[in-house]
Design a protein around this ligand. Structure first.
Ligand code: GDP
Ligand code: MG
Length: 196
């Protein structure tokens, strides 16, 4: 798939049915700072499309990006931001859940995990949640450029074990080096065409 057009459409501060014209949606889920916004920017080759930050906890809204006038990439708030207050955490969880539960056009979730670390308790809960609600998801191991090939080879089995996945189900990705970009675009294309 070639992304020819990408534009920011809307930020939602709480879930309500957004006027999405019934177009399919693919959503980025993962802990705060894992690289969700960078992934959207890498896919669209537009470093300024989604706001990224080295400071965790910045995206507090559900941001919608319309791609090729045919589907949406959805940037969800990150979970697991340690310094957030209890109320704030609860609000983010509500936003993430509200979106995942209620979006009628959600086709797939990209569940991002940091390739350098074992999945967090929140990551595991999130994956359980996606399985429980039968939401199709793909695990993306981000920041692959930060590890050598050998280190990646050691860390992927840990991610697999903790999330009960098979190694071939995990897509390695780097927003810095473009690793995994083509694979994710192919994945999206197949999803949109309804091919599994
Ligand atoms: N080296 C490297 N840094 C990354 C990558 N993806 C994101 N980052 C950095 O990690 C930080 C958080 O990224 P961001 O996309 O804002 O994370 P988000 O909170 O999940 O949306 C930023 O400083 C990014 O530059 C990656 O693939 N490689
Ligand atoms: Mg972000």
């Amino acid at each position: 798939m070639v992304i020819k057009k990408a534009k920011f459409v809307q930020s939602l501060s709480a879930f309500r049915e957004f006027p999405g014209q019934g177009l399919p949606e693919i959503a980025m889920v993962g802990k705060s700072n894992v690289g969700k916004s960078s992934l959207i920017n890498n896919l669209t080759r537009n470093s300024k499309l989604a706001r990224t930050s080295s400071e965790p906890g910045k995206t507090r809204l559900v941001n919608l990006f319309l791609i090729n006038e045919s589907f949406f990439l959805v940037d969800l708030p990150g979970y697991g931001f340690a310094r957030a207050s209890k109320e704030e955490k609860a609000k983010w969880a509500d936003m993430i859940e509200g979106y995942l539960k209620n979006s009628k056009n959600l086709k797939r979730v990209f569940q991002l995990v940091d390739i350098r670390h074992a999945p967090t308790e929140d990551d595991k809960l999130m994956v359980d949640y996606l399985r429980h609600y039968d939401i199709p998801f793909t695990v993306v191991a981000t920041k692959a450029d930060k590890l050598s090939k050998a280190q990646r080879g050691r860390n992927i089995p840990v991610i697999c074990r903790d999330l009960a996945m098979q190694p071939w189900e995990i897509i390695m990705h780097s927003s810095k080096e473009g690793v995994g970009r083509d694979m994710l675009l192919e994945h999206i294309e197949r999803e949109l065409q309804g091919i599994e």
